[in-house]
Write a protein that binds this ligand. Structure first.
Ligand code: 3PG
Ligand code: MG
Length: 399
């Protein structure tokens, strides 16, 4: 994933810079509850403003059917101002006369946020007329929103066909980190794939198996693999109808020389609730009325020993029911080991996906891993090996 222009090549001084960011952040009662994405885009905003560019922020928020107060970007723009400690003006439409007047009145270093791009149907349709209306507001387009790059929308892709296109600093860092894990990894390369369901990770697994040396399977989806191997897993979360598929995946791995690591022991309980009475059993001894809620200590030890012999790790999905204690132990202990190995220069570690980020944040390791992506769906599609339109346009269009 190279071959795109960055801010190093962009002459932004005095220019109107349409900066696509992902302001689709969690908001509760009018305030932003997690500003991670805003913190990531802040250096790009400030660099353009400090170089005399006029920063025009473009983003979607939520999945609106049309304009509505609840999905306005206004409170998010206020949070951007708070994070970057600069005034951020706001315009209640992202195209049209008001937006045109406001962008034309800007001076170098000014920052302006436009209203939710998805208030117009043309955004998601990647309608050329809507993209042209956006393009009238700017001289160049900078895409700093990897987390929406799986969408071929007007502001994430269409603009790249009309205006000179550049990657922002966060996009650049994200793509550089990804390149180090899947394109040119130091081997051995391990992947941890967790999460509830095999059915949602099929494309991802079949893309990873030929590429990685070790595949560590965790979370509810591990139960499906164990059941497919004939283990009795009681009342555990399991997609029994996926047994054939799970066996085919294991056979594919064997054929490609990809080592598979499945749990050998588990923490089981009769109830799925915090501090439910639990016990540790081997995966051959799960009671009929019990469910697997986390990996056990022998599995943790084994996973940590695998990490100690690899050079690169890509991680998507938690091991257990990390949302409730003490079933977050497996995820936390493996995360801690990955963080230590990374901090001491022994491995390169890249993680991402909504639940993964929440789990790694609660394990307090995010800062110590090489890169933790704030992308959800886009991170998954990247792991699936799918082309990402918002990245591709940066590589192919010169504007
Ligand atoms: C996200 O939060 O994953 C991105 O902003 C994309 O949002 P979407 O799934 O609504 O396109
Ligand atoms: Mg999403």
């Amino acid at each position: 994933m190279t071959g795109f222009r960055t801010l190093d090549q962009a002459d932004v001084n005095g220019k109107r810079v349409l900066l696509r960011v992902d302001l689709n952040v969690p908001v509760g009662e009018g305030t932003v509850s997690d500003a991670t994405r805003i913190e990531r885009m802040a250096p790009t905003i400030l660099e353009i403003a400090n170089k005399g560019g006029k920063v025009i922020l473009l983003s979607h928020f939520g999945r609106p059917k049309g304009p509505n107060g609840k999905e306005s970007l206004k409170p998010v723009a206020a949070e951007v101002a708070h994070v970057i400690k600069r005034p951020v003006a706001f315009v209640e439409d992202c195209v049209g006369p008001q937006a045109e007047a406001a962008t034309h009145a800007m001076r170098g270093g000014d920052i302006l946020c436009l209203e939710n791009t998805r208030f117009h149907a043309g955004e998601e349709k990647n309608d050329p007329a809507f993209a042209a209306a956006l393009a009238r507001l700017g001289d160049i387009w900078v895409n700093d929103a990897f987390s929406v790059s799986h969408r071929a929308h007007a502001s994430t892709e269409g603009l790249g066909h009309i205006l000179p296109a550049f990657a922002g600093r966060a996009m650049e860092a994200e793509l550089a980190a990804f390149r180090r894990v899947l394109d040119v990894p130091q081997r051995p390369l391990a992947a941890i794939v967790g999460g509830a369901k095999v059915s949602t990770k099929l494309a991802l697994l079949s893309n990873l198996i030929p590429r990685v040396d070790v595949l560590i399977i965790g979370g509810g989806m591990a139960n499906t693999f164990l059941a497919a191997q004939g283990k009795r897993i009681g009342k555990s979360l399991c997609e029994h109808e996926m047994a054939q598929t799970a066996r085919a995946i294991l056979a594919q791995a064997a054929a490609k020389g990809c080592e598979i690591v499945l749990p050998v022991d588990a923490v089981v309980a009769r109830k799925f609730e915090a501090d439910a009475p639990s016990r540790v059993v081997t995966v051959d001894d799960v009671g009929t009325d019990e469910m697997v809620l986390d990996i056990g200590p022998r599995t943790i030890e084994h996973v940590v020993s695998v990490l100690a012999r690899v050079k690169t790790l890509v991680w998507n999905g938690p091991f257990g029911a990390f949302e409730i204690e003490p079933f977050d132990t497996g995820t936390i202990e493996v995360a801690e080991a990955a963080a230590e190995l990374t901090a001491s220069g022994k491995i390169i570690s890249v993680a991402g996906g909504g639940d993964t980020v929440a789990a790694l944040n609660s394990a307090r390791v995010t800062e110590r891993l090489t890169y933790v992506s704030a992308a959800g769906g886009a991170f998954l599609e990247w792991l699936e090996g799918k082309p990402l339109p918002g990245v591709q346009v940066l590589q192919t269009c010169r504007g």
